[in-house]
Design a protein around this ligand. Structure first.
Ligand code: GRF
Length: 215
């Protein structure tokens, strides 16, 4: 049985689109059965709706307590029999109860090489601004399991690209995003195929990356 994935997204959903394309191409063997987002006009919602994937708009302000928010989140995930939660540009912190319930079953993609340029406030263009301002010569992408700290869980795969002298945050973001699209599915496919072995913080079994994009 293919893994049943929930995608959580806040933005345009280009990573979600790249995953859907990989599935359509026959490279990625999972089912995308649910979309949860905190912004119902986000592009990701449109992509899901047009494919008949159930969508839920969930934000803490809809609930009188953090507990109610978490309970609803878990209820939706359980109802849809979710095996794996895929964060694809999801800008909200997940309720800790969800993180605990889906231990090592939540993956995220971060647009830099963790543990550098991660943590609270390091999202979107802030990441690329920080990389350039620091003068780092390499950036890239990190796919990792999610734990209760921002950008902290065990790393599944990373891919580096060079920062060019001519880069500004926008040009760097564009090249990094292309690498995200080329790589995220490979981590998810390794999980789906049961190839992943976790020992402490070490995640093994992703194998050789398919080198389609050198940044
Ligand atoms: C990506 O850079 C991702 O790494 C970050 O948010 C961005 C989302 O882009 N977490 P998209 O919505 O998938 O196009």
């Amino acid at each position: 049985m293919p893994l049943r994935c929930a995608v959580l997204a806040s933005g345009q959903g280009s990573n979600f689109q790249a995953l859907l394309d990989r599935k359509a191409a026959g490279d990625l063997h999972v089912e995308f059965v649910l979309l949860i987002g905190n912004n119902s006009v986000a592009g990701a919602f449109e992509k899901a709706r047009s494919r008949g994937i159930p969508c839920f708009h969930l934000v803490p302000s809809q609930f009188s307590s953090e507990e109610g928010y978490c309970t609803k989140f878990l209820e939706i995930l359980t109802e849809h029999r979710i095996d794996l939660i895929v964060l694809a540009g999801y800008m909200k912190k997940l309720p800790p109860g969800v993180v605990r319930a889906y231990h090592r079953r939540i993956v995220n993609i971060h647009p830099a090489l963790l543990p550098a340029f991660g943590g609270k406030g390091m999202y979107g263009s802030h990441v690329h601004e920080a990389v350039i301002e620091y003068g780092a010569k390499l950036s890239g992408i990190t796919v990792h399991f999610v734990d209760e700290e921002y950008d902290h869980g065990p790393i599944i795969l990373q891919r580096a690209i060079g920062v060019l002298d001519s880069d500004d945050p926008h040009s760097l973001a564009e090249r990094v995003l292309a690498v995200e699209h080329a790589c995220y599915w490979q981590a998810i496919e390794a999980i789906a195929a049961g190839r992943i072995v976790i020992e402490g913080r070490r995640v093994m079994g992703v194998g050789e990356m398919k080198d389609e994009n050198n940044g």
